[in-house]
Design a protein around this ligand. Structure first.
Ligand SMILES: NC(=O)c1ccc[n+]([C@@H]2O[C@H](COP(=O)([O-])OP(=O)(O)OC[C@H]3O[C@@H](n4cnc5c(N)ncnc54)[C@H](O)[C@@H]3O)[C@@H](O)[C@H]2O)c1
Length: 442
């Protein structure tokens, strides 16, 4: 039985003191997030794409005219109170890593050199068997995975003490690992701990970080499609330790577009015959996803979206025969500035075919950075509200949202948004908004 204990809290602990954000993986996404927060604090830019900073929430009737900023409605940690840290297989500090990632312009990074160069990654829990296209030397050495977990736990405690943090959140911004499915070792806390001691090959580095976080009562969020906390032993641990968890895989780029467009077709009862998606990108993530084992993990994460939104079993005439294909091609000249093409074959009245072409020239890490910020702030809010386990209301941010076993994930971004906002209203004791709207006509 999976529990997530999301009752209305009597009190929400205040967001006072420092909130440490720990990131396994300090590459393009993590450094764009950190440098972005520093840039916003220095008034060099605005937090565009972040619901916690720029989004509003309607309270009461449409005629009330009450739509505060979300950050003025719920008690979130302030940007000034965030402290950043993490691990990487490369020694580069955040200034050097952000310069290498090449997402933000060098002038902005140079203006922030002082705070960014102070953030240095800790040695990674890393094993090349799980990310084949990556090689780095800034890596912990130990005889067993159990010892590695103990070392990661010590890192967490030291980081908290050294930086005077009141609370921590961990968010995986590391590379996509090879495709794994849960096995017996992932069944219970006991089998997992035994697996750590036995160096079980089913235990990937991301799981070791997740275990370390939960043992230290630190919420864990998963920005990649790796299993990490999506398995029974971690949910049992999250419940025992009283910590929120969430995943998987940041919803950016092409999948964001899919979860915007597909609900539109369904809402108007238009049919879908095929959806062909291809991407070119040239950052390190693209290079790693060029490896078929890592791509398989990503592919699984991307493919489920359309089926869950369109529900072919309920609508076989419209969605019973869909051909869905996703490709990612590593193309170095593009760097982080990905291009995603979609060819969508739809059909209308009497089955007449139509086509839609989408060419999204996006910037992967620019889309992902605000999601990291929101996930961190909302999960910290959940923790201070006494909520634990899977935070399904944060599905809005994920390509492959984690749910209780047996429950299909909600992918429709508009339903996800309604759920997120109603959860905030519920948390604060405000009326939920059903959009029934009868009161305006009584
Ligand atoms: N950018 C997006 O829009 C987006 C969207 C969804 C998911 N993601 C996922 O987010 C993750 C990060 O993306 P990115 O563009 O920053 O990639 P990146 O390659 O620039 O950064 C990943 C970093 O993780 C490090 N790393 C890998 N394994 C590690 C380990 N075990 N411990 C510590 N560090 C480790 C790598 O050295 C690298 O610096 C990837 O898994 C990617 O698939 C990104």
């Amino acid at each position: 039985m999976v529990k997530n204990a999301m009752n209305k809290p009597d009190t929400i602990q205040p967001a006072t003191g420092k909130l440490g954000v720990l990131m396994p993986g300090m590459g393009a996404v993590a450094t764009t997030f950190i440098a972005g927060v520093e840039a916003i604090k220095a008034d060099l830019g605005k937090p565009i794409g972040s619901l916690t900073q720029m989004g509003t929430i309607r309270l009461g009737k449409r005629t009330d005219g009450t739509s505060p900023l979300i950050k003025d409605f719920v008690p979130l940690a302030a940007l000034e109170d965030l402290v950043f840290g993490g691990w990487d297989v490369f020694e580069d500090d955040v200034y050097a890593a952000a310069s290498h990632a090449g997402v933000l312009d060098q002038k902005t990074l140079d203006a922030l050199k002082e705070p960014l160069s102070k953030i240095k990654p800790m040695k990674a829990v890393f094993d090349r068997n799980y990310v084949k296209r990556l090689e780095g030397s800034h890596v912990k050495q130990a005889a067993t995975k159990w010892e590695l977990a103990e070392m990661a736990r010590e890192d967490i405690r030291n980081f908290k003490a050294d930086n005077g943090c009141d609370r921590l959140v961990m968010i995986w911004c590391g590379s996509t690992e090879i495709f794994l499915t849960p096995t017996a070792v992932h069944d219970t806390i006991e089998t997992f701990e035994q697996g750590l001691k036995d160096n079980d090959e089913g235990i990937a580095p991301s799981m070791i970080y997740a275990y370390a976080a939960l043992m230290e009562k630190v919420p864990y969020l998963n920005g990649a499609p790796n299993l990490s906390v999506d398995m029974p032993c971690m949910l049992e641990l999250a419940d025992r330790q009283g910590v929120p968890v969430g995943g998987k895989d940041f919803k950016t780029g092409q999948t964001l577009m899919k979860t915007i467009l597909a609900p539109g077709f369904k809402t108007r009862a238009l049919g879908l015959r095929g959806w062909f998606s291809t991407n070119i990108l040239g950052n390190r993530d693209g290079e790693i996803l060029d490896d078929p084992d890592s791509f398989k993990t990503k592919e699984e994460s991307k493919l489920g979206v359309i089926e869950h939104i369109l529900q072919p079993d309920l609508n076989p005439d419209l969605y019973g025969d869909i051909y869905h294909k996703v490709r990612i091609n590593y193309y170095p000249p593009r760097g982080d500035e990905k291009e995603g093409w979609d060819n969508i074959d739809i059909f209308g009245w009497l089955g007449y075919p139509m086509q839609i072409k989408v060419d999204f020239l996006c910037r992967d890490s620019i889309l992902a950075a605000p999601l990291v910020l929101d996930l961190v702030l909302f999960t910290d809010l959940a923790q201070r509200s006494g909520w634990k386990g899977i935070q399904e209301w944060l599905s809005f941010y994920f390509k492959s949202p984690q749910t209780a076993p047996g429950l299909y994930p909600e992918h429709d971004i508009f339903i996800q948004s309604m759920k997120l906002k109603n959860t905030l209203r519920f948390l604060m004791g405000a009326d939920l908004i059903t959009h029934l709207g009868q009161e305006y006509y009584d």
